[in-house]
Ligand binder design. Sequence first.
Ligand code: HEC
Length: 204
Amino acid sequence: MVEEAKTNIPRAKLLPVPMWLLLGLAGLLLGSGWYLATYFGTGRNDVRESAPTTGNTPGEKKTPKIDPVALGERLYRFNCMACHQTDGRGQPGQYPALAGSEWVNGPDYRLARIVLHGLTGPVTVRGQTYNGNMPPHGEKLSDMQIAAILTYLRQAWGHQAGAVAVEVVTAVRQAADMRNHPWDMAELLALTAPDPLPATTPQP
Ligand code: HEC
C-alpha cells in the first residue's frame, strides 16, 4: 500500500506537461495554417504565379524558353565531341577540326547536309586534307536538335556565323528525302543555292 501511494505522486505531477505540449501543438497548427494560406492559398495567386517567371506579361501562355546555344552545346557533347573533341580541334589526321572550319562557318545548307547524312572521302579543312567517314545523324536527331547544334557551333570558339534556322534543316531533309549515303566534298561544293523552303516549292 505504501508503495502505491509513493508512485501516485509523480504520476499526478506529470499532468501539466501534456498541457504544454497541447499548447505547442496548437501553435504549430496555427503557424502551418498561416504558411499554407500564404504560399498555397487562392488569395495570393498573383504572387505565386508571377514570381518565378519574370519577363512574361500576365495572361501570356508560359512555354519554357529553350536556349538553342545551351541545348546545342549539350547535344554536341553527346553526339559529336567523341570525335571532334571538346575544343573542336578534332584529332590530327583522323577527325577534322570544327573550330575555325570553313564548313562550320560556311553556307548552312551544306553544313546541315553533313550532319544529316554524313560525309565521306577527301575533305579539306583549314588547309588539311582528311579522308574518313563521318556518320549520319539524321535518324537520331530532330531538325530542331540539329539546328541547335549548328547554332552552337557557329558561335563557339570565337565564331561569328549566324544561327541555323530549324526551317533550313527541315528543307534540306525534305530535299534529300530518299538519300541513304553520305555526301562527298565535290557534291557539297556543287550546291550553290540554299534549298527553297518547303512552302515555296511546287510539288511535282
Ligand atoms: C565517329 C566520329 C564522328 C562523329 C561522332 C562526328 N563526326 Fe563530324 N566528321 C568526322 C569525320 C571523320 C569527318 C571527315 C569526313 C571525311 O573525311 O570525309 C567529319 C567531318 C565533319 C564536318 C566537315 C569538316 C569540318 O571539320 O568542318 C563537320 C561540319 C562535322 N563533321 C560536324 C559534326 C557534328 C556537328 C557532329 C555531331 C552531330 C559530328 N560531326 C559527329 C567524324 C565524326
